[in-house]
Design a protein around this ligand. Sequence first.
Ligand code: IVH
Length: 659
Amino acid sequence: MTGTAFTHAEFTAAVGKVQAAARSYYDTGEVLMTDADYDALLDRIAAAKAAYPEWDDHGVTTRVAAGVSGGGDVLHPVPMMSLSKVTGEDEVRGFIAGLGGDACLVEVKLDGLAIRVEYDAGRLVLAALRGDGSTGENVTAQVLRGVTGLPARLGTAWTGEVRGEIYMSVDDFETAGANRVAAGGKAFINSRGAVAGSIRSVDRTYETPMTFAAYDLSGEFTSHRERMAYAAELGFLVAGRLATGEVQFAADADAALAAIARIGDLRRDLDFPIDGAVLTADLEATRRRLGAGSRTPYWAAAFKYPADTGSTVLRDIEVRVGRTGRIALRAVLDPVFVDGTTITYATLHNPKFVEDQGFAIGQTVAVWRAGDVIPRVTSPIGEQPHGLTPWTPPETCPQCGEPWDKSSLLWRCHTASCAAANALEYWCSREAMDVEGAGEALCVALVNSGLATDVADLYTLTEAQLAELPVGTTKAGGVVLLGKLNAAKVVASLERSKSQPFNRVITGLGVRMTGRSVGRWLAARFKTMDALRAATVEQIAEIDKMGLIKAQHVVDGLAAMTGVIDRLAAAGVTMSVPDTEGDKPLDGKTYVVSGSVPGFTRTTVSERIEQLGGRASGSVSANTTALVTAETTTAKAKKAAQLGIPIIDPAEFADMLAG
Ligand code: IVH
């Protein structure tokens, strides 16, 4: 329905919906709509209002904080405004042009709540939320419980006002949510909702850590940078310095666009939530000259990145046992587009969390992507259909049928059979030996039947044995056997796996705390299994990024598997890297591959680069030799262009690797 014009009745309904969402958001912290849905609806209301000025929007499009239920008891001596949005390159250029040649600063737009704090002779005396922009709620007592970056007492007897954003870092959010759930409450949907829900509750019995960063300070200064330097001196965290250390200074539109791209690029790695970049004039003279409208200043604007929270329907919860025996709950979702990717699976913390939230299949849930790449389901959202029954986790391990060890929040299965099946499954997985047809069902069946208890046993299996293996049940309860055809495929695939490169063999052994990268590092450094087994913890730890703890795990893990490794070697599994001395055309070169390279997977392309003497890295830096990508508009591509690093077309790169 997006984009179509409203009828009057739809308009009125939409206004009501926005008001209800805003009211519940500010009053209880409960989220009825995601920010993106809220903004989109508000945009449509504004468009309709422009076409039919006589329609009554109850002020939701004009008030500073649209639809908010009301201000509070604290009057803001200077109104707390919002920022107008700029979307796309042209509007950014337009905004910069409006500055009349003066420089602008580009900083993160923190995703929290605006707050104003007064100090008297160095003591924090008042903290007030933005409210409706003219008056806001007094939250002094809550703030005095402790907010990082907002000292109750400054080192200097400063008197004045600081403005900024109060927000939750990713860690703050995890802690606050866990504390709230432990106290019998609901989890928060994302960190902004969490701040909104926590900051106004006076009688909270649980702690909700929060952080403050400043973007304005009272007093006479000639530039914003000077103002913020003084804020830092007083002991405040400064918004403009959070992501990049120093605030990004942009002399022209190209520089501003590059700075916006840089923040967008960093966004995934930041440990605090942002929803955009703020462009602001640096010089006070420029700010004074441009002035402000009723809701927004003309000297600043917000560039919004795609929303990091989406809402979608929970279709299923899969229960699996991880490599280490821990329960893993995976939500199966209706596909939803969040921050540039389509998400169909997300993690769901632990069984207690799922029970506490009362998640039910068929329910609408919020999916949040922040700080890392694994999206998570954070909370039910909006109105829920009636008659759904909350999902309950199975009491027993789905692989071996034994009861879980529930002594920690992440339940575990310790049975030897499960440990064995998980080890087989990991060895056969795509990131290790890539044995086709050897998934969970087959590996569990192999262990249950006694045909295989470790990975070396796999290479003794015959087609006849495999064909008779029960791997499932029919609807009517009959047994499904693997069958001759599948058995032949598995045996052929196992045979092929013997010539997988050495690094995959190391990875497949499944040593704790190691994965694909460690397999590659160890193969590149030690070349043969004999040399690797002879290596000391110190020698292994010398590998860049390895560290002593992982190195110790490698030594212990290999020692524990001596017998298995010997039998694998006897079966003909690769135990060394081929001797390619003198054939290292990529020696000293570092490539960043973004997107796919024809004929390679993400793993095999890194393997090939390293085989040819080069390094494969994930992020573009001054040390990068070239970026391999077909995209020219991504943040990585822009960063490469900025650093003068060449971009190689994936097809061309595939030829390079082949030759
Ligand atoms: S400058 C006139 N800088 O975004 C207000 N705002 O819609 C001047 N925000 O209410 C704001 N990070 O709460 C500024 N680095 C930043 C910001 C920031 C977050 C919030 C602020 C404001 C809203 C604008």
